[in-house]
Design a binder for this molecule. Structure first.
Ligand code: AMP
Ligand code: MG
Length: 413
């Protein structure tokens, strides 16, 4: 038995209180990677008119059946222009790919199937008086009918889709220039600790640089959020409280601090958050990252993550990331791969996120630990390809066991 709270229970309780952020309307130019808030339906047909699929001559198929046939060329239709008159029997109109097929025509002869050749930008190449069509054309040959790709009213892109280049191009094809997307969560990132020095200042004895502020801000950005990173503050209630008030003025959607939430003499963050709002302190059945402070200030969710750099990253991934995802209208489950352990592993029975190197052999991932698993050693994350998850209750994992793994980079196939 354990007095530690399970990871899954804690996530469930946290997510129950989170509501998705409202939608916002943005320019299509800024929409890559954003999550569509509403399903988009087509308001026009694509193509909007019957268009030619080739460069050639618009004809009546019936006129070409006794191939070769000689037809009178009566007009030229470049892309973007429409014919002034309908095509009549015995006639042909020169037409370019994407140009509207004239009324009266029911096929397009590719230029290669005629005796006519033209040269790009050759001003002397006058429209010929007549053209010989060498092959019989069936009805609708080389014509893209109206609505062949998309019809008015079709569901084009589902709400909840993370927009990719092709989705953005599709929206542009429909003339949609603003899209309704979920807001990006803005996340305030706070570093606490007397020992912390801003990276622009010289290091003095006993001090270290504030790395968590940068790691956490980068994780926020990597998961589609906007990071508001603040300079580190000292472990005094007055300084921490002053900073929290300043942070709240920026109206973030989530507050994340690192450091100062453990049981150390100078761990003041909990008291300050309790004074300004409400807080729960949980000892989580998780390694690294046992202590987690969670609460709200003015309705804004607050996460007090441990200061150890690896613990801060893991607890962010496990607890903060799903909250960002829910706010952004996305699925909260973490994508996991599977890997086979290449060596015996031990754990203390807490759910363990082990830093591993991954290699692929015959399509299967094999995991080897990165060496030190100290939660203070950020280098173990720099080397790692993934976080191998040893489930709760397992103290000995023999080599050859298949376990879930959170990938930390794209791996070669
Ligand atoms: P704490 O959670 O405040 O007890 O800190 C645990 C460990 O993490 C200590 O070794 C701290 O020096 C280190 N630490 C805390 N905050 C940071 C930070 N922002 N950047 C780098 N290391 C930190
Ligand atoms: Mg500290």
């Amino acid at each position: 038995m354990t007095d530690l709270r399970s990871v899954d229970d804690a996530i469930k309780q946290i997510l129950a209180e989170i509501v998705p952020l409202s939608a916002e309307s943005i320019s299509l130019d800024a929409a890559l990677g954003r999550t569509l808030a509403e399903t988009v339906y087509a308001t026009i047909n694509l193509p909007p008119f019957p268009s030619s699929a080739v460069d050639g001559y618009a004809v009546r198929g019936a006129d070409t059946q006794a191939a070769p046939s000689r037809l009178r060329v009566v007009a030229d239709i470049p892309a973007g222009q429409t014919a002034e008159k309908p095509l009549e029997g015995g006639q042909a109109m020169r037409i370019m790919t994407g140009a509207p097929v004239p009324e009266g025509a029911d096929a397009v002869v590719p230029v290669e199937a005629t005796d006519s050749m033209w040269h790009v930008n050759d001003d002397d190449e006058a429209l010929p008086d007549a053209v010989t069509v060498k092959e019989a054309m069936s009805e609708n040959a080389n014509i893209r009918p109206v609505g062949e790709n998309i019809r008015v009213g079709d569901r084009v892109i589902e709400g909840g889709t993370v927009l990719r280049a092709q989705d953005i191009g599709m929206l542009a094809s429909l003339g949609i220039h603003t899209v309704t997307v979920h807001q990006r969560p803005s996340v305030a990132v706070i570093s606490t600790g007397d020992e912390l020095t801003s990276i622009t200042q010289p290091l003095t004895p006993g001090k270290i640089y504030d790395s968590n502020g940068y790691t956490i801000a980068a994780l926020v950005q990597a998961h589609g959020g906007e990071a508001l990173r603040f300079s580190p503050v000292k472990d005094t209630a007055a300084e921490v409280e002053g900073l929290f008030k300043q942070v709240l003025d920026a109206s973030p959607n989530i507050l994340v601090s690192t450091g100062g939430v453990s049981v150390g003499k100078y761990d003041v963050v909990r008291n300050v958050v309790e004074k300004l709002g409400a807080i729960d302190f949980w000892r989580i059945n998780l390694r690294p990252g046992k202590p987690l402070a969670y609460g709200q200030i003015n309705g804004v969710p607050f996460f007090g993550l441990p200061g150890n750099p690896v613990s801060a990253m893991v607890t962010f991934d496990v607890f903060v990331r799903p909250v960002m995802m829910k706010m952004a209208g996305l699925k909260t489950e973490l994508p996991l791969a599977k890997a086979i352990t290449a060596e015996d592993l031990t754990s203390d029975g807490r759910r363990t996120y082990a830093r591993v190197k991954l290699t692929r052999q015959d399509g299967v991932l094999h995991a080897t630990t990165t060496g030190t698993q100290s939660s203070g050693a950020l280098m173990s994350m720099v080397i790692a390809d993934g976080l191998l998850i040893i489930p709760e209750g397992h103290t000995h994992v023999p080599a050859g066991t298949q376990l879930p793994v959170r990938l930390l980079r794209d791996l070669p196939e």
